[in-house]
Design a protein around this ligand. Structure first.
Ligand code: DAH
Length: 564
Protein backbone atom coordinates (compact mmCIF):
# COMPACT_ATOMS: atom_id res chain seq x y z
CA UNK A 1 0.00 0.00 0.00
CA UNK A 2 2.81 2.35 0.90
CA UNK A 3 1.63 5.87 0.26
CA UNK A 4 4.83 7.78 0.44
CA UNK A 5 7.91 5.71 1.18
CA UNK A 6 9.58 9.07 1.32
CA UNK A 7 12.06 8.66 4.17
CA UNK A 8 14.93 7.78 1.89
CA UNK A 9 13.47 9.68 -1.00
CA UNK A 10 13.57 12.92 0.96
CA UNK A 11 17.29 12.60 1.43
CA UNK A 12 17.98 11.57 -2.12
CA UNK A 13 15.67 13.88 -3.95
CA UNK A 14 16.32 17.20 -2.28
CA UNK A 15 18.69 18.13 -5.01
CA UNK A 16 16.27 17.03 -7.71
CA UNK A 17 15.48 19.67 -10.26
CA UNK A 18 11.89 20.78 -10.32
CA UNK A 19 10.70 20.52 -13.84
CA UNK A 20 7.17 21.80 -13.73
CA UNK A 21 6.84 23.58 -17.07
CA UNK A 22 6.96 27.32 -16.43
CA UNK A 23 4.82 28.22 -19.41
CA UNK A 24 1.20 27.07 -19.34
CA UNK A 25 0.98 23.64 -20.88
CA UNK A 26 -2.03 23.24 -23.14
CA UNK A 27 -3.99 20.27 -21.90
CA UNK A 28 -5.14 18.07 -24.73
CA UNK A 29 -8.90 18.15 -25.18
CA UNK A 30 -8.99 14.41 -24.64
CA UNK A 31 -7.97 14.80 -20.99
CA UNK A 32 -9.95 17.94 -20.19
CA UNK A 33 -12.37 17.16 -17.39
CA UNK A 34 -16.11 17.58 -17.66
CA UNK A 35 -17.14 18.04 -14.06
CA UNK A 36 -20.54 17.17 -12.84
CA UNK A 37 -21.89 19.88 -10.56
CA UNK A 38 -22.25 18.94 -6.95
CA UNK A 39 -25.81 18.35 -5.77
CA UNK A 40 -25.09 18.37 -2.07
CA UNK A 41 -24.68 21.05 0.50
CA UNK A 42 -23.36 21.03 4.02
CA UNK A 43 -22.30 23.53 6.57
CA UNK A 44 -18.86 24.54 7.77
CA UNK A 45 -17.58 22.36 10.58
CA UNK A 46 -18.24 23.77 13.99
CA UNK A 47 -17.63 20.79 16.23
CA UNK A 48 -14.16 20.40 17.69
CA UNK A 49 -13.89 16.85 16.40
CA UNK A 50 -15.27 16.00 12.97
CA UNK A 51 -18.03 13.42 12.81
CA UNK A 52 -18.16 10.62 10.27
CA UNK A 53 -21.29 11.78 8.50
CA UNK A 54 -20.96 10.58 4.96
CA UNK A 55 -21.41 13.13 2.27
CA UNK A 56 -21.68 11.77 -1.24
CA UNK A 57 -18.87 12.53 -3.64
CA UNK A 58 -19.23 13.67 -7.21
CA UNK A 59 -17.78 11.52 -9.94
CA UNK A 60 -15.39 13.37 -12.24
CA UNK A 61 -16.27 12.15 -15.68
CA UNK A 62 -13.68 12.82 -18.28
CA UNK A 63 -14.01 13.18 -21.99
CA UNK A 64 -11.23 10.79 -22.73
CA UNK A 65 -10.39 9.31 -26.05
CA UNK A 66 -8.01 6.63 -24.85
CA UNK A 67 -7.72 5.00 -28.23
CA UNK A 68 -5.26 7.75 -29.11
CA UNK A 69 -2.06 5.92 -28.45
CA UNK A 70 1.05 7.86 -29.40
CA UNK A 71 2.76 5.81 -32.05
CA UNK A 72 0.19 5.41 -34.83
CA UNK A 73 0.90 2.16 -36.54
CA UNK A 74 1.22 1.94 -40.32
CA UNK A 75 -1.55 -0.59 -40.57
CA UNK A 76 -4.44 1.77 -39.80
CA UNK A 77 -7.27 -0.48 -40.99
CA UNK A 78 -6.21 -3.24 -38.59
CA UNK A 79 -6.11 -0.79 -35.71
CA UNK A 80 -9.56 0.58 -36.48
CA UNK A 81 -10.91 -2.93 -36.71
CA UNK A 82 -9.27 -3.86 -33.42
CA UNK A 83 -10.57 -0.78 -31.63
CA UNK A 84 -14.06 -1.70 -32.71
CA UNK A 85 -13.57 -5.30 -31.57
CA UNK A 86 -12.14 -4.19 -28.23
CA UNK A 87 -15.10 -1.94 -27.60
CA UNK A 88 -17.41 -4.89 -28.04
CA UNK A 89 -15.51 -7.02 -25.54
CA UNK A 90 -16.48 -7.23 -21.88
CA UNK A 91 -14.46 -5.19 -19.38
CA UNK A 92 -10.94 -6.46 -18.82
CA UNK A 93 -11.07 -8.84 -21.76
CA UNK A 94 -8.09 -9.00 -24.07
CA UNK A 95 -8.18 -9.51 -27.81
CA UNK A 96 -5.43 -10.70 -30.07
CA UNK A 97 -5.63 -9.97 -33.76
CA UNK A 98 -2.54 -10.97 -35.68
CA UNK A 99 0.29 -8.96 -34.15
CA UNK A 100 -2.13 -6.47 -32.60
CA UNK A 101 -3.71 -6.90 -29.21
CA UNK A 102 -5.56 -4.77 -26.77
CA UNK A 103 -8.06 -4.59 -23.96
CA UNK A 104 -11.36 -3.05 -22.98
CA UNK A 105 -11.15 -1.18 -19.68
CA UNK A 106 -14.44 0.20 -18.38
CA UNK A 107 -15.80 0.52 -21.91
CA UNK A 108 -12.70 2.14 -23.42
CA UNK A 109 -10.55 0.25 -25.93
CA UNK A 110 -6.75 0.37 -25.60
CA UNK A 111 -4.24 -1.04 -28.02
CA UNK A 112 -1.20 -2.72 -26.53
CA UNK A 113 2.35 -1.88 -27.52
CA UNK A 114 5.87 -2.67 -26.37
CA UNK A 115 5.37 -0.79 -23.10
CA UNK A 116 2.28 -2.75 -22.00
CA UNK A 117 2.81 -4.65 -18.74
CA UNK A 118 -0.62 -4.70 -17.08
CA UNK A 119 -1.63 -8.30 -16.30
CA UNK A 120 -5.10 -9.83 -16.25
CA UNK A 121 -5.00 -10.30 -12.49
CA UNK A 122 -4.82 -6.52 -12.07
CA UNK A 123 -7.38 -5.68 -14.74
CA UNK A 124 -9.86 -7.89 -12.91
CA UNK A 125 -9.68 -5.59 -9.88
CA UNK A 126 -10.51 -2.48 -11.91
CA UNK A 127 -14.05 -1.24 -11.30
CA UNK A 128 -14.64 -2.82 -7.87
CA UNK A 129 -15.07 0.73 -6.45
CA UNK A 130 -14.85 -0.34 -2.81
CA UNK A 131 -15.27 3.27 -1.70
CA UNK A 132 -18.80 3.24 -3.13
CA UNK A 133 -20.12 0.54 -0.76
CA UNK A 134 -21.15 2.70 2.21
CA UNK A 135 -20.52 -0.04 4.80
CA UNK A 136 -17.03 -0.91 3.57
CA UNK A 137 -14.14 0.27 5.83
CA UNK A 138 -12.61 2.10 2.84
CA UNK A 139 -15.85 4.04 2.31
CA UNK A 140 -16.25 4.73 6.04
CA UNK A 141 -12.70 6.11 6.23
CA UNK A 142 -13.21 8.19 3.08
CA UNK A 143 -16.41 9.70 4.53
CA UNK A 144 -14.63 10.49 7.78
CA UNK A 145 -11.85 12.30 5.91
CA UNK A 146 -14.32 14.17 3.70
CA UNK A 147 -16.22 15.34 6.76
CA UNK A 148 -13.08 17.24 7.83
CA UNK A 149 -13.18 19.27 4.59
CA UNK A 150 -16.80 20.39 4.41
CA UNK A 151 -18.83 22.04 1.69
CA UNK A 152 -19.24 24.68 0.42
CA UNK A 153 -15.49 25.36 0.70
CA UNK A 154 -14.59 21.86 -0.54
CA UNK A 155 -16.11 19.71 -3.28
CA UNK A 156 -15.72 15.94 -3.07
CA UNK A 157 -14.81 13.95 -6.18
CA UNK A 158 -14.24 10.34 -7.09
CA UNK A 159 -12.81 9.09 -10.38
CA UNK A 160 -13.85 5.54 -11.28
CA UNK A 161 -11.69 5.12 -14.39
CA UNK A 162 -8.09 4.46 -13.30
CA UNK A 163 -6.58 4.86 -16.78
CA UNK A 164 -4.74 8.17 -17.12
CA UNK A 165 -2.11 9.49 -19.48
CA UNK A 166 1.57 9.67 -18.57
CA UNK A 167 1.07 13.43 -18.95
CA UNK A 168 -1.55 13.47 -16.18
CA UNK A 169 0.27 11.07 -13.88
CA UNK A 170 3.77 12.57 -14.21
CA UNK A 171 4.48 15.40 -16.67
CA UNK A 172 1.90 17.96 -15.58
CA UNK A 173 3.08 17.45 -11.98
CA UNK A 174 6.71 18.13 -12.82
CA UNK A 175 8.10 14.61 -12.37
CA UNK A 176 11.64 14.43 -13.77
CA UNK A 177 12.02 12.20 -16.84
CA UNK A 178 14.20 9.74 -14.89
CA UNK A 179 11.93 9.54 -11.85
CA UNK A 180 11.77 5.92 -10.56
CA UNK A 181 7.97 6.07 -10.48
CA UNK A 182 7.93 6.13 -14.29
CA UNK A 183 9.69 2.77 -14.55
CA UNK A 184 7.86 -0.22 -16.05
CA UNK A 185 9.08 -2.23 -13.10
CA UNK A 186 7.01 -0.06 -10.76
CA UNK A 187 4.04 1.12 -12.82
CA UNK A 188 1.35 -0.71 -14.79
CA UNK A 189 1.35 0.60 -18.34
CA UNK A 190 -1.64 -0.07 -20.58
CA UNK A 191 0.47 1.19 -23.45
CA UNK A 192 3.11 3.89 -24.04
CA UNK A 193 0.75 6.79 -23.42
CA UNK A 194 -1.71 5.33 -20.89
CA UNK A 195 -1.21 3.75 -17.49
CA UNK A 196 -3.12 2.78 -14.37
CA UNK A 197 -2.76 5.88 -12.17
CA UNK A 198 -0.16 5.42 -9.46
CA UNK A 199 -1.59 8.22 -7.30
CA UNK A 200 -4.65 10.46 -7.04
CA UNK A 201 -2.39 13.44 -7.78
CA UNK A 202 -2.95 12.41 -11.43
CA UNK A 203 -6.28 14.27 -11.08
CA UNK A 204 -4.82 17.40 -9.53
CA UNK A 205 -4.83 19.31 -12.78
CA UNK A 206 -8.46 18.43 -13.56
CA UNK A 207 -9.57 19.14 -10.01
CA UNK A 208 -7.80 22.52 -9.94
CA UNK A 209 -9.49 23.37 -13.24
CA UNK A 210 -12.83 22.67 -11.56
CA UNK A 211 -12.16 25.50 -9.12
CA UNK A 212 -11.90 28.16 -11.82
CA UNK A 213 -14.92 30.46 -11.29
CA UNK A 214 -16.39 28.02 -8.77
CA UNK A 215 -17.84 28.78 -5.38
CA UNK A 216 -15.69 26.00 -3.89
CA UNK A 217 -12.12 26.90 -3.01
CA UNK A 218 -10.88 23.37 -2.49
CA UNK A 219 -11.59 19.72 -3.16
CA UNK A 220 -10.94 16.14 -2.17
CA UNK A 221 -10.48 13.33 -4.71
CA UNK A 222 -10.76 9.66 -3.81
CA UNK A 223 -9.77 6.81 -6.12
CA UNK A 224 -8.10 3.42 -6.44
CA UNK A 225 -4.41 3.56 -7.41
CA UNK A 226 -2.07 0.89 -8.79
CA UNK A 227 1.58 0.10 -8.14
CA UNK A 228 3.81 -2.86 -8.90
CA UNK A 229 5.20 -3.52 -5.47
CA UNK A 230 6.25 -6.13 -2.95
CA UNK A 231 3.78 -8.61 -1.41
CA UNK A 232 3.18 -8.43 2.32
CA UNK A 233 0.42 -7.70 4.82
CA UNK A 234 0.46 -3.97 4.11
CA UNK A 235 1.08 -3.97 0.35
CA UNK A 236 -1.41 -4.80 -2.35
CA UNK A 237 -1.01 -3.72 -6.00
CA UNK A 238 -4.29 -1.81 -5.79
CA UNK A 239 -5.03 0.53 -2.92
CA UNK A 240 -6.90 3.76 -2.31
CA UNK A 241 -5.73 7.31 -1.91
CA UNK A 242 -7.30 10.62 -1.12
CA UNK A 243 -6.00 13.92 -2.27
CA UNK A 244 -7.06 17.34 -1.06
CA UNK A 245 -6.31 20.94 -1.93
CA UNK A 246 -7.30 24.51 -1.04
CA UNK A 247 -6.60 27.74 -2.92
CA UNK A 248 -7.01 31.46 -2.31
CA UNK A 249 -7.65 33.86 -5.22
CA UNK A 250 -6.43 37.44 -5.34
CA UNK A 251 -9.40 39.64 -4.42
CA UNK A 252 -10.52 41.35 -7.63
CA UNK A 253 -11.76 44.54 -5.97
CA UNK A 254 -8.28 45.70 -4.90
CA UNK A 255 -6.69 48.75 -6.63
CA UNK A 256 -3.32 47.15 -7.25
CA UNK A 257 -1.72 43.72 -7.21
CA UNK A 258 0.20 44.77 -4.11
CA UNK A 259 -2.98 45.70 -2.29
CA UNK A 260 -4.72 42.56 -3.52
CA UNK A 261 -1.91 40.47 -2.10
CA UNK A 262 -2.10 42.25 1.25
CA UNK A 263 -5.83 41.61 1.35
CA UNK A 264 -5.34 37.95 0.44
CA UNK A 265 -2.86 37.58 3.29
CA UNK A 266 -5.41 38.97 5.72
CA UNK A 267 -8.02 36.55 4.41
CA UNK A 268 -5.71 33.54 4.82
CA UNK A 269 -4.79 34.70 8.32
CA UNK A 270 -8.46 34.93 9.22
CA UNK A 271 -9.08 31.48 7.75
CA UNK A 272 -6.25 30.05 9.88
CA UNK A 273 -7.75 31.68 12.94
CA UNK A 274 -11.19 30.25 12.17
CA UNK A 275 -10.02 26.65 11.88
CA UNK A 276 -11.27 24.42 14.69
CA UNK A 277 -8.71 23.70 17.39
CA UNK A 278 -7.71 20.18 18.45
CA UNK A 279 -6.21 18.40 21.44
CA UNK A 280 -3.35 17.10 19.32
CA UNK A 281 0.18 17.50 20.79
CA UNK A 282 2.22 18.57 17.73
CA UNK A 283 5.88 19.20 17.08
CA UNK A 284 6.51 21.57 14.16
CA UNK A 285 9.60 21.39 11.98
CA UNK A 286 12.04 24.27 12.16
CA UNK A 287 11.69 25.59 8.65
CA UNK A 288 13.52 28.35 6.90
CA UNK A 289 11.15 29.62 4.25
CA UNK A 290 13.77 32.05 2.89
CA UNK A 291 16.33 29.64 1.51
CA UNK A 292 17.33 25.99 1.24
CA UNK A 293 15.88 23.04 -0.56
CA UNK A 294 12.47 23.23 1.14
CA UNK A 295 11.96 26.97 0.86
CA UNK A 296 9.10 29.08 -0.43
CA UNK A 297 8.96 29.30 -4.23
CA UNK A 298 10.71 32.37 -5.69
CA UNK A 299 7.46 33.91 -6.96
CA UNK A 300 5.80 33.66 -3.54
CA UNK A 301 5.76 36.15 -0.68
CA UNK A 302 7.44 34.41 2.26
CA UNK A 303 4.99 35.82 4.82
CA UNK A 304 2.05 34.61 2.76
CA UNK A 305 3.60 31.13 2.41
CA UNK A 306 3.93 30.94 6.19
CA UNK A 307 0.21 31.56 6.47
CA UNK A 308 -0.64 29.01 3.77
CA UNK A 309 1.57 26.45 5.57
CA UNK A 310 -0.11 27.28 8.88
CA UNK A 311 -3.53 26.73 7.29
CA UNK A 312 -2.35 23.46 5.72
CA UNK A 313 -0.89 22.14 8.96
CA UNK A 314 -3.87 23.11 11.13
CA UNK A 315 -6.29 21.59 8.59
CA UNK A 316 -4.41 18.30 8.52
CA UNK A 317 -4.02 18.22 12.29
CA UNK A 318 -7.79 18.60 12.43
CA UNK A 319 -8.11 15.67 10.03
CA UNK A 320 -5.73 13.41 11.94
CA UNK A 321 -7.23 14.35 15.26
CA UNK A 322 -10.74 13.72 13.95
CA UNK A 323 -9.87 10.35 12.50
CA UNK A 324 -8.02 9.10 15.54
CA UNK A 325 -10.49 10.52 18.05
CA UNK A 326 -13.18 8.63 16.16
CA UNK A 327 -11.16 5.47 16.68
CA UNK A 328 -10.63 6.18 20.36
CA UNK A 329 -14.37 6.56 20.85
CA UNK A 330 -14.75 2.81 20.53
CA UNK A 331 -12.58 2.31 23.63
CA UNK A 332 -14.11 2.19 27.10
CA UNK A 333 -14.04 5.70 28.70
CA UNK A 334 -11.58 4.71 31.47
CA UNK A 335 -9.05 3.58 28.86
CA UNK A 336 -9.59 6.61 26.63
CA UNK A 337 -9.14 9.08 29.50
CA UNK A 338 -5.89 7.45 30.52
CA UNK A 339 -4.43 7.87 27.05
CA UNK A 340 -3.96 11.64 26.99
CA UNK A 341 -3.64 13.62 23.76
CA UNK A 342 -2.54 12.07 20.49
CA UNK A 343 1.05 12.97 19.55
CA UNK A 344 1.99 14.05 16.04
CA UNK A 345 5.02 15.61 14.39
CA UNK A 346 5.78 17.42 11.14
CA UNK A 347 8.86 16.61 9.14
CA UNK A 348 10.21 18.23 6.00
CA UNK A 349 9.81 16.27 2.78
CA UNK A 350 10.12 16.46 -0.98
CA UNK A 351 7.50 16.10 -3.71
CA UNK A 352 7.94 17.28 -7.29
CA UNK A 353 4.63 19.13 -7.15
CA UNK A 354 4.96 21.10 -3.88
CA UNK A 355 7.46 23.39 -2.19
CA UNK A 356 7.84 23.62 0.70
CA UNK A 357 6.74 20.02 1.37
CA UNK A 358 6.02 18.14 4.60
CA UNK A 359 4.94 14.81 6.04
CA UNK A 360 2.80 14.28 9.09
CA UNK A 361 3.55 11.41 11.46
CA UNK A 362 1.53 10.19 14.43
CA UNK A 363 2.62 8.21 17.45
CA UNK A 364 0.56 5.03 17.38
CA UNK A 365 1.25 2.08 19.70
CA UNK A 366 4.66 3.56 20.50
CA UNK A 367 5.72 3.92 16.86
CA UNK A 368 5.97 7.02 14.63
CA UNK A 369 3.82 6.32 11.57
CA UNK A 370 4.07 8.34 8.38
CA UNK A 371 0.50 9.25 7.49
CA UNK A 372 0.41 11.81 4.74
CA UNK A 373 2.38 14.11 2.47
CA UNK A 374 1.58 17.71 1.63
CA UNK A 375 2.90 21.12 0.70
CA UNK A 376 2.43 24.43 -1.05
CA UNK A 377 1.43 23.71 -4.65
CA UNK A 378 4.05 24.52 -7.29
CA UNK A 379 2.77 27.74 -8.83
CA UNK A 380 3.11 26.55 -12.47
CA UNK A 381 0.66 23.72 -11.69
CA UNK A 382 -1.95 26.24 -10.59
CA UNK A 383 -1.13 28.54 -13.53
CA UNK A 384 -1.53 25.67 -16.00
CA UNK A 385 -4.95 24.85 -14.55
CA UNK A 386 -6.18 28.43 -15.01
CA UNK A 387 -5.55 29.54 -11.41
CA UNK A 388 -2.81 32.06 -12.20
CA UNK A 389 -3.84 34.42 -9.40
CA UNK A 390 -4.19 31.78 -6.71
CA UNK A 391 -1.90 30.33 -4.09
CA UNK A 392 -2.69 27.04 -2.40
CA UNK A 393 -1.81 23.84 -0.61
CA UNK A 394 -2.36 20.12 -1.38
CA UNK A 395 -2.08 16.80 0.48
CA UNK A 396 -2.32 13.09 -0.25
CA UNK A 397 -3.01 10.12 2.00
CA UNK A 398 -3.33 6.33 1.65
CA UNK A 399 -6.74 5.20 2.89
CA UNK A 400 -5.81 1.58 3.71
CA UNK A 401 -3.08 2.66 6.10
CA UNK A 402 -5.55 4.76 8.09
CA UNK A 403 -8.32 2.17 7.84
CA UNK A 404 -6.00 -0.62 9.06
CA UNK A 405 -5.20 1.45 12.16
CA UNK A 406 -8.76 2.58 12.76
CA UNK A 407 -10.41 -0.82 12.40
CA UNK A 408 -7.46 -2.95 13.49
CA UNK A 409 -7.45 -4.77 10.13
CA UNK A 410 -4.28 -6.90 10.11
CA UNK A 411 -3.95 -7.81 6.43
CA UNK A 412 -4.52 -5.50 3.44
CA UNK A 413 -5.98 -8.37 1.36
CA UNK A 414 -9.02 -8.34 3.65
CA UNK A 415 -10.26 -5.11 2.06
CA UNK A 416 -10.85 -7.10 -1.15
CA UNK A 417 -12.56 -9.98 0.60
CA UNK A 418 -16.10 -10.79 -0.48
CA UNK A 419 -16.53 -12.99 2.57
CA UNK A 420 -19.62 -12.02 4.57
CA UNK A 421 -17.70 -12.72 7.77
CA UNK A 422 -15.59 -9.68 6.89
CA UNK A 423 -18.09 -7.41 5.16
CA UNK A 424 -20.89 -7.80 7.68
CA UNK A 425 -18.74 -6.52 10.52
CA UNK A 426 -18.86 -2.89 9.39
CA UNK A 427 -21.57 -0.25 9.24
CA UNK A 428 -21.57 3.16 7.59
CA UNK A 429 -20.57 5.94 10.04
CA UNK A 430 -19.22 3.53 12.69
CA UNK A 431 -15.68 2.63 13.64
CA UNK A 432 -15.38 -0.75 15.28
CA UNK A 433 -12.50 -3.14 15.86
CA UNK A 434 -12.25 -5.96 13.34
CA UNK A 435 -12.88 -9.39 14.84
CA UNK A 436 -10.74 -12.05 13.14
CA UNK A 437 -13.08 -14.79 11.99
CA UNK A 438 -10.35 -17.40 11.85
CA UNK A 439 -6.71 -17.86 11.01
CA UNK A 440 -5.87 -20.56 8.51
CA UNK A 441 -2.50 -22.34 8.45
CA UNK A 442 0.39 -20.87 6.52
CA UNK A 443 2.59 -22.79 4.12
CA UNK A 444 6.11 -21.57 3.29
CA UNK A 445 7.86 -22.56 0.08
CA UNK A 446 11.23 -21.32 -1.14
CA UNK A 447 12.32 -20.62 -4.68
CA UNK A 448 16.05 -20.19 -5.37
CA UNK A 449 17.62 -19.26 -8.69
CA UNK A 450 20.65 -17.82 -10.43
CA UNK A 451 20.11 -14.53 -12.20
CA UNK A 452 22.01 -13.15 -15.14
CA UNK A 453 23.46 -9.80 -14.27
CA UNK A 454 21.90 -6.61 -15.58
CA UNK A 455 21.79 -3.13 -14.05
CA UNK A 456 18.34 -3.70 -12.60
CA UNK A 457 19.25 -7.14 -11.38
CA UNK A 458 22.26 -5.90 -9.50
CA UNK A 459 20.63 -5.61 -6.13
CA UNK A 460 17.01 -6.30 -5.42
CA UNK A 461 17.46 -5.33 -1.81
CA UNK A 462 19.48 -2.28 -2.61
CA UNK A 463 22.56 -2.78 -0.48
CA UNK A 464 24.70 -1.09 -3.11
CA UNK A 465 22.43 1.90 -3.44
CA UNK A 466 23.29 4.63 -0.99
CA UNK A 467 20.55 6.88 -2.28
CA UNK A 468 17.75 4.39 -1.58
CA UNK A 469 15.32 6.40 -3.61
CA UNK A 470 11.66 5.69 -3.09
CA UNK A 471 9.08 8.04 -4.38
CA UNK A 472 5.75 9.76 -4.41
CA UNK A 473 3.64 8.06 -7.06
CA UNK A 474 5.58 4.86 -6.52
CA UNK A 475 8.92 3.78 -7.79
CA UNK A 476 11.83 2.55 -5.81
CA UNK A 477 15.27 3.15 -7.23
CA UNK A 478 16.73 0.59 -4.86
CA UNK A 479 15.19 -2.06 -7.01
CA UNK A 480 15.77 -0.75 -10.51
CA UNK A 481 17.68 1.66 -12.57
CA UNK A 482 15.27 4.65 -12.60
CA UNK A 483 15.38 5.21 -16.33
CA UNK A 484 14.87 1.53 -17.03
CA UNK A 485 12.05 1.02 -19.48
CA UNK A 486 13.41 -2.06 -21.25
CA UNK A 487 12.79 -5.43 -19.66
CA UNK A 488 15.73 -6.24 -17.38
CA UNK A 489 16.94 -9.76 -16.68
CA UNK A 490 15.29 -9.70 -13.30
CA UNK A 491 13.72 -7.15 -11.00
CA UNK A 492 12.28 -7.91 -7.58
CA UNK A 493 8.82 -6.70 -8.61
CA UNK A 494 8.87 -9.32 -11.38
CA UNK A 495 8.69 -12.22 -8.97
CA UNK A 496 5.95 -10.36 -7.09
CA UNK A 497 4.00 -10.07 -10.32
CA UNK A 498 4.44 -13.73 -11.21
CA UNK A 499 3.33 -14.84 -7.73
CA UNK A 500 0.33 -12.52 -7.86
CA UNK A 501 -0.62 -13.74 -11.31
CA UNK A 502 -0.42 -17.41 -10.34
CA UNK A 503 -1.71 -17.34 -6.76
CA UNK A 504 -3.58 -14.02 -6.44
CA UNK A 505 -4.59 -13.30 -2.89
CA UNK A 506 -3.63 -16.79 -1.69
CA UNK A 507 -0.20 -15.40 -0.88
CA UNK A 508 0.40 -13.47 2.32
CA UNK A 509 3.96 -12.34 1.68
CA UNK A 510 7.07 -12.88 -0.40
CA UNK A 511 10.47 -12.17 1.07
CA UNK A 512 14.04 -12.32 -0.07
CA UNK A 513 15.67 -14.66 2.45
CA UNK A 514 19.06 -15.22 0.85
CA UNK A 515 21.32 -13.40 -1.58
CA UNK A 516 24.62 -14.93 -2.60
CA UNK A 517 27.41 -14.02 -5.03
CA UNK A 518 29.37 -16.96 -6.44
CA UNK A 519 33.06 -16.30 -5.64
CA UNK A 520 34.44 -17.59 -8.94
CA UNK A 521 31.66 -17.15 -11.54
CA UNK A 522 30.40 -13.85 -10.11
CA UNK A 523 26.82 -15.02 -10.68
CA UNK A 524 24.19 -14.02 -8.18
CA UNK A 525 21.78 -16.39 -6.54
CA UNK A 526 18.56 -15.25 -4.87
CA UNK A 527 16.19 -17.15 -2.67
CA UNK A 528 12.63 -15.93 -2.05
CA UNK A 529 10.29 -17.40 0.56
CA UNK A 530 6.63 -17.43 -0.46
CA UNK A 531 4.06 -17.71 2.30
CA UNK A 532 0.88 -19.26 0.92
CA UNK A 533 -2.10 -18.63 3.18
CA UNK A 534 -5.74 -17.98 2.35
CA UNK A 535 -7.80 -15.58 4.45
CA UNK A 536 -10.88 -17.67 3.89
CA UNK A 537 -9.99 -21.37 3.99
CA UNK A 538 -7.25 -23.98 4.55
CA UNK A 539 -5.17 -24.62 1.45
CA UNK A 540 -4.39 -28.24 0.66
CA UNK A 541 -0.80 -29.43 0.20
CA UNK A 542 -1.53 -30.43 -3.35
CA UNK A 543 -2.94 -27.03 -4.17
CA UNK A 544 0.11 -25.22 -2.76
CA UNK A 545 2.55 -27.54 -4.52
CA UNK A 546 0.74 -26.95 -7.77
CA UNK A 547 0.79 -23.16 -7.31
CA UNK A 548 4.46 -23.23 -6.39
CA UNK A 549 5.47 -25.25 -9.44
CA UNK A 550 3.48 -22.87 -11.64
CA UNK A 551 5.43 -19.95 -10.10
CA UNK A 552 8.73 -21.72 -10.78
CA UNK A 553 7.77 -22.58 -14.36
CA UNK A 554 6.63 -19.03 -15.09
CA UNK A 555 9.79 -17.53 -13.57
CA UNK A 556 11.88 -19.82 -15.72
CA UNK A 557 10.04 -19.07 -18.93
CA UNK A 558 9.72 -15.30 -18.47
CA UNK A 559 13.10 -14.37 -17.05
CA UNK A 560 16.52 -15.50 -17.95
CA UNK A 561 17.03 -17.36 -14.68
CA UNK A 562 18.28 -20.78 -13.71
CA UNK A 563 16.40 -22.53 -10.93
CA UNK A 564 18.62 -24.06 -8.23
N1 DAH B 1 1.00 11.68 -4.55
C1 DAH B 1 1.77 11.45 -3.35
C2 DAH B 1 2.05 9.96 -3.22
O1 DAH B 1 1.42 9.17 -3.86
C3 DAH B 1 1.04 11.97 -2.13
C4 DAH B 1 0.98 13.47 -2.09
C5 DAH B 1 1.98 14.16 -1.46
C6 DAH B 1 -0.09 14.18 -2.66
C7 DAH B 1 1.97 15.55 -1.41
C8 DAH B 1 -0.11 15.58 -2.61
C9 DAH B 1 0.93 16.25 -1.98
O2 DAH B 1 -1.09 16.30 -3.17
O3 DAH B 1 0.88 17.60 -1.94
O4 DAH B 1 2.89 9.56 -2.48
Amino acid sequence: MQLLKTGAFVRAARSARITVPKAPVPVPACVRPRLVQSRWSSSQATAEVPRPFPEQSVEISREVDPTKTAPESKDEPDQEHLKQKLKELAHGKKAVNGHLAGVNILGNPYIFDATTNVPDSILQLVGRNLYRSPDHPIAITKALIESCFPKPTYNHFTVADPVVTTHENFDVLGFPKDHPGRSRTDTYYVNTTHLLRTHTSAHQHAAFQSLVNDEAKGYTVCADVYRRDSIDKSHFPVFHQMEGARVWDLPVSADSRYEAQLRRKEIIEKDVYNLPTTRLAVKDPVTNFHKGSNAAQPEHDVEEVKLVVAHLMRSLEYLVNGVFEASREMMPPWQRDKMGPLHARWIEAYFPFTSPSFELEVLWNGEWLELLGCGVVQQPILNNAGLKNSIGWAWGVGIERIAMLLFGIPDIRLFWSQDKRFLQQFKCGHIKKFEPFSKYPECYKDIAFWINSSPAAASPIGVESSSGVAAAAGGDARKASPAETQPAAFHENDIMEVVRDVAGSLVEDVQLVDEFLHPTTGRKSLCYRINYRSLERTLTNEEVNDLHSQVAAKMKSLFNIELR
